[in-house]
Design a protein around this ligand. Sequence first.
Ligand code: SF4
Length: 182
Amino acid sequence: MSEKLLLLSCCAPCSCAVIEKLAQEGRDFAVVFYNPNIRPLQEYQRRLEENKRLCAVYNIPFLALEYDNERWCELTRGLENEPERGKRCDICFYMRLKRVMEYAKAEGYKAVASVLGVSRYKDLDQVNRMAAKAAAETNMTYEQIEGRKGGMQERRQTLIKTLNLYNQSYCGCKPRPEIKND
Ligand code: SF4
């Protein structure tokens, strides 16, 4: 029986080491890009194309779901001034994970994973909490994948350099001009 996994990726820099590891382990998986949080549209498209290029390096199927930024804005209205890791991120993670889990269920995947908590700017517990909520509501398995420890961060930095990956300076909805190379 196929154990097919659907990996939600926010961008190439956060997913590169995880994709490489899963590919090396011979896992049956695909990568999905569902990130209506990313603004502006040109930035969204740039990250999408870079994630597609990365998947081609490892010969991993890549698909993108709709860019429904208007819905994302509606869901996060009133939370514009929340800090990163705050309430807006709760909704953002939950929206993206739930949509991907619904898609995975409809398409016959056995589990969903994500790299939303790989960056050190993210609260991994927050991502896992929102994933558990979405998983309970969709009756889909969420697999927590290690993307930080065990040399994964170091490998990530190496791959960003060797594959010359576009590495943005902000998460998605708000610029972080003071910070580079997360
Ligand atoms: S900071 Fe990132 S995770 Fe948080 S709401 Fe904005 S795009 Fe989503």
